[in-house]
Design a protein around this ligand. Structure first.
Ligand code: CTP
Ligand code: MG
Length: 240
């Protein structure tokens, strides 16, 4: 995929104030109970790769990371190296972690990017594409179209039917929203205890319009142990 350089988009971004929220307070149950955001990937922690995706941009004004209690109390030095970065203690769910971070953002932002602390391979193009859609007043969700045949089964894996996969997407991050839309939707979600695995579910339920933005298959989240090896291989290939 061709990378879009910052120069070709800077005029549009120059007028925006963008905040970034990084939920990184999970415990990595599918990663043998290791908080995967602190595991090493190509010589630095996964979460450091994620911070690096955003810190070089002048239009990113504010970046808040939600951390587990332990790392909040003993912050690693690499977290502390940029004055834009703040940290908060995360909550029991991703939703609670994101809400803690949103509340710590400055209030004069136009847009907020929410990006998983375990998704280190996101491209510049995907970030810019999502920011562009959100700057038009919509929610923007990076994702990929489903390419495999989808089967619905019973509890014994017996196929009940084949599902229609056209217009079905896998939703990932970044997810970008106008600040007021995201804040208002999360406020409602917390007041009413809506259960939600990601941010777009909350914005949709609050009545917001959300659009999918197609991204690369390399935008995967580190979830299971082999994902770390895969990410290493991708980074090694992109260097050579
Ligand atoms: N996350 C968070 N607070 C939580 C749970 C998750 O900030 N209470 C963050 C994770 O750190 C991760 C992102 O949300 O960056 C996506 O979550 P997921 O991949 O599910 O990470 P974990 O919850 O750590 O993994 P698992 O579900 O396997 O335990
Ligand atoms: Mg989880």
């Amino acid at each position: 995929m061709i990378e879009l350089g910052e120069s070709s988009t800077s005029s549009f971004l120059d007028n925006l104030k963008v905040g970034v929220v990084i939920p990184a307070a999970g415990s990595g149950q599918r990663m043998e109970g290791k908080p995967k955001q602190f595991l090493q990937l190509a010589g630095q922690p996964v979460l450091k790769h994620v911070l690096n995706l955003f810190l070089s941009y002048s239009w990113v004004k504010d970046l808040v990371v939600a951390l587990p209690q332990k790392q909040f109390e003993e912050q690693p030095s690499w977290l502390n190296q940029d004055s834009k970065v703040q940290w908060v203690v995360g909550g029991a769910t991703r939703r609670d972690s994101v809400w803690s971070a949103i509340q710590a953002l400055s209030e004069d932002l136009d847009l907020v990017i929410v990006h998983d602390g375990a998704r280190p391979l996101t491209s510049k193009k995907t970030i810019f594409d999502c920011v562009k859609v959100a700057s038009e007043g919509l929610g923007a969700v990076a994702g990929t179209r489903v390419v495999d045949t989808l089967k619905a089964t019973d509890k014994n894996n017996q196929v009940l039917k084949t599902l229609d996969r056209s217009d079905v997407w896998r939703a990932q991050t970044p997810q970008v929203f106008p600040y007021d839309v995201l804040f208002g939707a999360y406020h409602k979600a917390i007041q009413n205890d809506w259960i939600a695995g990601d941010d777009s579910i909350i914005v949709e339920r609050a009545g917001g319009q959300v659009k999918m933005v197609e991204c690369s298959l390399l935008n995967f989240k580190i979830t299971f142990p082999p994902d770390l090896d895969l990410a290493e291989a991708v980074l090694a290939c992109s260097k050579s």
